[in-house]
Design a protein around this ligand. Sequence first.
Ligand SMILES: NC(=O)c1ccc[n+]([C@@H]2O[C@H](COP(=O)([O-])OP(=O)(O)OC[C@H]3O[C@@H](n4cnc5c(N)ncnc54)[C@H](OP(=O)(O)O)[C@@H]3O)[C@@H](O)[C@H]2O)c1
Length: 324
Amino acid sequence: MAEITGKILLTGATGFVGGRLLHALTGHGMKVRCLVRSPEKLRGKLFSEEEIEIATGDLLQEDTLDSALEGIEVAYYLVHSMGGRTIGENKIFAERDRVAARNFIRTADKAGVSRVIYLGGLGETGDQLSKHLASRQEVGEILSSGRGQATELRAPNIMGAGGAPFEMLRYLVERLPVMVCPRWIETRCQPIDIRDMVNYLLGCMREPATAGLSFDVGGPDIVTYREMMEIYAKVRGLKRLIITVPVLTPRLSTYWVNMVTPVPSGVVNPLVEGLKNEVICRENRIRELIPMKLTTLEESICIALQEVEKGPGKLISRQTCLLK
Ligand SMILES: NC(=O)c1ccc[n+]([C@@H]2O[C@H](COP(=O)([O-])OP(=O)(O)OC[C@H]3O[C@@H](n4cnc5c(N)ncnc54)[C@H](OP(=O)(O)O)[C@@H]3O)[C@@H](O)[C@H]2O)c1
């Protein structure tokens, strides 16, 4: 393992994964420069000037990025453009993500950034890939085309309070005693706990053998979305009846999920469209390079539920999981 002496840039610091990574990096005593569009979102978060430096910039505006990337050794790329409030508003996310990644890598090359660590999406490859997963893979290719060494972690649904996958699961199972579900609930996935994900992101920075490579990452359990809902219901002691019907199109599924959960349809639509694709690791090389005890899905749901109870951002240790 190598110690990083140079400066670290974090994009997406106001997001679900980036916010957790920021706490982990500063918790390890590292000073982090955060590239954010809205600095006020970070200013209320009790970081000191010794811990973080805020660089205001927008990845869609290349001329705002120079000072953020200047002097940076390692840059984390934890950004996506989904999230409009309507399906129509969100149609152009792939184009936005392409522009953002190109702007970023051109500026990173000019600044001489030596490592880029990108969190992308896991999934099958080929023509059947959803627009969301295809876009995540395209961003990975753009970031790998730079002069620095890029590491791509291809992740499945990341489980943690405040993240879209867990919040969708939570609202669906909590609110619907009888669920009439589309066929995609029989698709298999390999969810990973947010803490394990953050440990992999940290580990990539410290492990030079990960530089320039792409890795599949996933948790210890391979489950269908139906089994995920059943595990959630079991953890909460809820009785749920799940019935599948063949007629629910991705668009109808989006309206259905959107009616029940607070996650914006602009995020739900691309995610639901992607549920037809299996999201399972095809290789596990990362487990040898960055070994850790991975959190089971049941434990992960327990911890996320306790975080919901304690309030956002109040992290607890996994030993305090009492709901089982
Ligand atoms: N969550 C998951 O389950 C999951 C699974 C697999 C992979 N990933 C990947 O993990 C990464 C982070 O996902 P997340 O769930 O943390 O997303 P998130 O919570 O929606 O956060 C997205 C972040 O991107 C920032 N951003 C968006 N457009 C930007 C722009 N033009 N310039 C600068 N910043 C911009 C947002 O800033 P604002 O606060 O200004 O909007 C926000 O901080 C993404 O690459 C995603 O594909 C996530």
